[in-house]
Structure formats: structure tokens, C-alpha cells
Design a protein around this ligand. Structure first.
Ligand code: ZN
Length: 297
């Protein structure tokens, strides 16, 4: 599967560019949406759904990536994908990758030294990986001049033994990807209420997928976007907001946060920047009868 040349989105004075680490296809929807997947949804809507959501065998296509935000003053990354060389025994598809992510970042106009801030929505493995890279057997910060900013509740939970059960080991990667930036003194945490950051950003609590996940809103010169993190993994969830993915840890709360986000963005011209949607990963949610629909931009 090839990676398309990233588009550049303008939000007021700010540009937003996607750097895709990888596209993943062939994902069985009944596995990805355990207990929720309804084959009839696809049968009944196949003609009207956006293209690119499934492959020729009706299996899901998803992506993993980073959003690069350039303001007149700063270069910011939102989430850092999976990373190379990571030791993820319960996540074999994501373990020990050797992908040209930093080359793609460069093609998007960013060198690691230029990054001023890394904003992390939550600390799951596929959002923190490029925080660090392996150099001479040691994990070191990939972005040495950046401040890494993330919800405090995520650090507290995933660094506590309480979270280290079998299910959660699929999700967390504190030791290789988070602790090294903490120990380097490069971190800043966001309290449970969220809040403004750098004037243009606002961390908004959207827990459920993980214990302290936050979406990040961007407002510049009267225009607005939302980096929704893993409130949704695939556009099918715009059409079916009660479907959780297999990676959602607190399922009831995940549904509440998803509906809240959809409700907010459906009535406003807010660009939704997803982490895991296929195609451009960006688009608009609008109302569709009693529900919602998705269009890529
Ligand atoms: Zn994710």
C-alpha cells in the first residue's frame, strides 16, 4: 500500500500536514469492533459510504500517523505514532518496525531539532513511539529541543502497576517511549480539567478510549479544527457512534466521549483530524437524519 503525498490544510494562520507512519489493511471488522460490528450496516450503505474505508475483501483499512502543526512561531507535532525498534511482544504488527518516519517528517518540512512541542493525546503505543529512538542501545528523545506535553492522568495510570495487566500491556509503552523524555526533563503535564495551551490549542478531556485521553482543539483567526485522538478509529464509527474499537479500555465512557465530540463538530465547520482513519485521515462530520456522516477532505 502506498502513502500519498500529504496535503497541507490551512486553519487560520496555521498549517496542518499529515505524516503517515503506516497504512494497515485487511483488518476484520468483527475483530476490530468486538460485539458491535453489524454486517448489515455495510450491506445497506455500501454505495453511499466514502471510498477507501475498506479493501476489496470488505476488510477495514486504518492508518497510524502524526499531525504537523506550523504556526508563525512554532513547530508542533500531535502524537508520534509507533516508532522504530519498539519491543511490543503483545503487538507483533507494531513491534520492531523499521519505517522511514523521520524521512517523511523531513519531506513535510520538519527536522527533529526544529520541533518545539510534542502534544500527546494519550500514551498508547501508537501515539508515543517516536517520542524516543534507539541510539547505542539506549532510548533517547527523538526531538531534543521539544517540550512533550500530555495528560497527567495518562502518565500516572500507565506508570502504575495497577494498569499493567494483560489487556493493558497491548496498549501502554511507558518505559521505552515516555520515561526517557520524563527523565530528560522535557515534559509538561495537563491536569484533569484540560485547558488552553499556546493560546491556539485547548486540551479537552475525552476519556474512555484510555483513562485520561484528551482531544486537542485548534482555533486560529476564526477557523477551527479538532484533533480527536482515538475518540474514533475508523469512519464507520461516525455512522455508528456506539461502536467501540478493540482498543477502547473504558467502553461506556468511550461512547459518551464519542457522542459528545460528534455532537460538537457536526454543527460547526470544524475540520476533524483523526489519528487512524484511512485516506487523508481528515474531513468533516455532518448530520445525516438522526445520525452523522463523514466526508474526507
Ligand atoms: Zn491509537
Amino acid at each position: 500500500m502506498t502513502t500519498e503525498i500529504p496535503k497541507v490544510y490551512q486553519v487560520g494562520d496555521v498549517t496542518v500536514t499529515r505524516v503517515t507512519e503506516m497504512m494497515l489493511g485487511g483488518i476484520p471488522p468483527e475483530v476490530y469492533f468486538p460485539g458491535s460490528w453489524d454486517r448489515m450496516f455495510l450491506e445497506e450503505n455500501r454505495e453511499s459510504l466514502p471510498s477507501g474505508l475498506i479493501d476489496g475483501n470488505s476488510q477495514l483499512i486504518v492508518s497510524i500517523g502524526t499531525w504537523v502543526v506550523k504556526t508563525p512561531n512554532h513547530t508542533i507535532l500531535i502524537d508520534t505514532a509507533t516508532g522504530n525498534d519498539k519491543n511490543l511482544p503483545l503487538n507483533p504488527d507494531l513491534a520492531n518496525l523499521q519505517l522511514p518516519y523521520l524521512k517523511r517528517l523531513k519531506e513535510a518540512g520538519v527536522t527533529p531539532e526544529e520541533v518545539d512541542y510534542v502534544l500527546l493525546t494519550h500514551l498508547h503505543v501508537d501515539h508515543v513511539g517516536w517520542n524516543t529512538k534507539l541510539v547505542d542501545g539506549k532510548w533517547v528523545p527523538t526531538f531534543p529541543n521539544a517540550k512533550y506535553v500530555f495528560p497527567l492522568a495518562e502518565q500516572e495510570y500507565y506508570s502504575s502497576e495497577a494498569s499493567h495487566n494483560k489487556a493493558n500491556e497491548v496498549n501502554f509503552n511507558v518505559y521505552e517511549s515516555v520515561l526517557p523524555v520524563v527523565e530528560a526533563g522535557l515534559t509538561q503535564t495537563i491536569g484533569p480539567e484540560g485547558g488552553h495551551f499556546l493560546e491556539i490549542f485547548k486540551f479537552i478531556p475525552t476519556p474512555g478510549h484510555s483513562i485520561g485521553q484528551m482531544s486537542i482543539s485548534l482555533k486560529s483567526d476564526g477557523e477551527e479544527a479538532l484533533f480527536g485522538a482515538d475518540v474514533m478509529h475508523h469512519p464507520f464509527q461516525v455512522f455508528n457512534p456506539d461502536w467501540n474499537s478493540m482498543y477502547c479500555e473504558f467502553t461506556d465512557q468511550a461512547r459518551i466521549s464519542r457522542l459528545r465530540v460528534l455532537e460538537y463538530i457536526a454543527d460547526r465547520p470544524v475540520i476533524y483530524f483523526s489519528t487512524h482513519f484511512p485516506e487523508s485521515a481528515a474531513g468533516y462530520v455532518t448530520r445525516n437524519g438522526d445520525g452523522y456522516k463523514w466526508d474526507f477532505i
